[in-house]
Structure formats: structure tokens, C-alpha cells
Design a protein around this ligand. Structure first.
Ligand SMILES: Nc1ncnc2c1ncn2[C@@H]1O[C@H](COP(=O)(O)OP(=O)(O)OP(=O)(O)O)[C@@H](O)[C@H]1O
Ligand SMILES: [Mg+2]
Length: 257
């Protein structure tokens, strides 16, 4: 059993301290939503969890081992990451970009096998970009491009999927399609961590919610325990009612006038 955990984590850039003394365990095999206001440190935390940002203090552990000490290939095979606002290399085609997701799986000789092909075809189908395979990524719409990146991350077939605002740019139907896909991957045993701005989507699809403010974790737990009117007011400064979602029964945030 693997476990991703942050202990007493401090993160920052230059003289800007963003996260101080953060403790967090990502429940394995669950769908965790990270919520919080702009600039509170969500992306910074995710980058540290996938080792793109070295901690100033504390440690991120995968399986009880310091992430900094693991081999890059091991990290790449375990942790799939979709950054926020990522840009594709110029001139690259959709299928080419998705194939890059297999990089960490290739042998030293870089041989492309049937397993790689299957992963790429499956990921493109799951993300709904099969028909775009030969299109240039830079000529796609924002939502199409976002789905191509999702396909690239899925092609990595990692047990962990960490996605920074995966629903941005997507229309409402594609947002729900993606959230359902993530829930299905969770059902199949993967661990999903997604930064989501839509609290109603977070409570409806996630098993576990991490609420952040000013670089700190303010609350973690089941959606109904975390997303309360008090917490939303405390974290976002937004007075609201929280009522049961009429379809799913999950907590639904309705802002007050
Ligand atoms: N590369 C960087 N260099 C310097 N400061 C940065 C850098 N990236 C982020 N920051 C700062 O760190 C703080 C946290 O940023 P972060 O991107 O983690 O926020 P966030 O919670 O993801 O916000 P959003 O919801 O807007 O994506 C902000 O004050 C931001 O300006
Ligand atoms: Mg962010």
C-alpha cells in the first residue's frame, strides 16, 4: 500500500513564504478535492506533492520514503500531474503530446511497445480526444486542449493522479464528464487529487475535501463535515446557505445576497 503524506511542510519562492508547517495525508484510493481562495497555496502544495518544488522545511513522503530521495523514473511512474495553465511545445500534434505521457515507462532503449500504444489509445478515448489525434495542439480550443492534457496524464497510468484545476476551460457537460471519469478511476483503485474551484462539484464527487487558506489547511474530512456555511464564510468570506444538492444529496453552497 502506498501513501502520500506531507509532514511539517514549508514551501515558498524567493523571499515569499507560502506554506508553513503543513501536515496532510492523502487517503489512498480516494478522490480528494483541494479547495481554497486564489493564491492560498493550492498549486504550490500540489507542485511539492509531485516533487516539482523542493520543500524549504519538512518532507513529502511516498510510502514512508522522502520523495526527494526517490529516483525520477519511480516518481514519474507513481505520480501523474496536470499543472495549471500548462502550454504545449510549439507545433506538436495531439497524439504526439499524449505519447509523451509514456516516457517514464519506456525502457532505456526507448522501445515503444503494445502496452504503450494501448495506454495512449485508451487515454485519448477516455478524454474524448481521439478525433483530434492529428490536429496541432496550438490550434485547438481551450477546452479541447485541456482534454488533450488530461489524456496525456491518463496515458501515464500512474496510481496517483494530481490535477490542478482540471475543469477549467471545459463547458459544463465536459466538466461533469471529466469528474465522472475521475470518480470511475477512483473506483478502479486510483488515488485522485484535484484542485477544484466549484465547491458543489467538490462535495458531489470527492470523498475527502481539503480546505486551505493562507497556506494552511483549515479543515479536512468528508465533504459534509468540511463544507459548512461557517467554513465557507471563514475560508472565502462568503455568507451562504448550505443545503442538500437536490440530485446528489451532497452539500450545496448557495451564496446569500
Ligand atoms: N513561481 C512563483 N514565484 C513566486 N511566487 C509565486 C510563484 N508561484 C506562486 N507564487 C505565489 O505563491 C502564492 C500561492 O500561489 P499558488 O499558485 O499556490 O496559489 P493557488 O491557491 O493555486 O491560487 P489560484 O486559485 O489562483 O490558482 C501566491 O501569492 C503567488 O503569487
Ligand atoms: Mg493554482
Amino acid at each position: 500500500m502506498t501513501e502520500l503524506r506531507a509532514r511539517d511542510l514549508s514551501l515558498g519562492y524567493g523571499d515569499r513564504q507560502v506554506v508553513t508547517g503543513l501536515n496532510l495525508t492523502i487517503p489512498e484510493g480516494a478522490f480528494t478535492a483541494v479547495v481554497g481562495p486564489n493564491a492560498c497555496g493550492k498549486s504550490t502544495l500540489l507542485r511539492a506533492l509531485v516533487r516539482l518544488l523542493r520543500p524549504r522545511g519538512g518532507v513529502v513522503e511516498l510510502d514512508g520514503r522522502d520523495l526527494q530521495r526517490l529516483r525520477s523514473r519511480h516518481v514519474a511512474r507513481e505520480l501523474g500531474f496536470l499543472p495549471q495553465g500548462v502550454e504545449a511545445p510549439e507545433g506538436i500534434r495531439v497524439a504526439q503530446l499524449v505519447r509523451r505521457g509514456r516516457y517514464a515507462h519506456q525502457s532505456v532503449l526507448g522501445t515503444w511497445g503494445p502496452g504503450d500504444e494501448r495506454a495512449v489509445v485508451g487515454a485519448m478515448a477516455a478524454a474524448g480526444v481521439t478525433d483530434l489525434a492529428e490536429r496541432g495542439v496550438e490550434h485547438l480550443s481551450g477546452g479541447q486542449r485541456q482534454r488533450v492534457w488530461i489524456a496525456m496524464v491518463l496515458a501515464q497510468e500512474t496510481p496517483y493522479l494530481l490535477l490542478d484545476e482540471p475543469t477549467t476551460f471545459l463547458d459544463i457537460a465536459h466538466q461533469y464528464e471529466l469528474l465522472r471519469l475521475l470518480a470511475r478511476l477512483r473506483d478502479e483503485g486510483r488515488t485522485v487529487v484535484a484542485v477544484l474551484h466549484d465547491l458543489n462539484q467538490a462535495t458531489r464527487f470527492a470523498d475527502h475535501v481539503v480546505a486551505m487558506r493562507d497556506g494552511r489547511v483549515v479543515a479536512t474530512g468528508a465533504p459534509a463535515d468540511v463544507v459548512t456555511a461557517t467554513l465557507v464564510e471563514e475560508v472565502f468570506g462568503l455568507p451562504c446557505l448550505v443545503v442538500p444538492d437536490p440530485v446528489a444529496g451532497s452539500p450545496m453552497v448557495v451564496p446569500l445576497d
